[in-house]
Write a new protein. Structure first.
Length: 62
C-alpha cells in the first residue's frame, strides 16, 4: 500500500503520526518531506485546470 498526504505544516499534529502508525502497523516506512507543487495538484483536477486556463487567457487578453 502507498499513500500520499498533502497537508499544510500548520495542520500537522500527533494525530497524523498516529494515523500513519495505524495504516502501517509494525512496518518500516519511508517518509519524504518536500514542498508540494501546487501546479501539479491544480492540473490534476479538470475543473481547477479549466479555471486556471481561463484566468491565463483573461490575463493575456488584458
Amino acid at each position: 500500500m502507498e499513500t500520499t498526504i498533502r497537508i499544510n505544516t500548520d495542520m500537522l499534529t500527533i494525530d497524523i503520526v498516529d494515523g500513519i502508525k495505524k495504516m502501517f502497523p509494525h512496518k518500516v516506512v519511508e517518509i519524504t518531506i518536500q514542498p508540494a507543487d501546487d501546479t501539479e495538484y491544480i492540473l490534476s483536477n479538470p475543473a481547477y485546470a479549466h479555471e486556471l486556463q481561463e484566468r491565463i487567457r483573461e490575463y493575456q487578453n488584458k
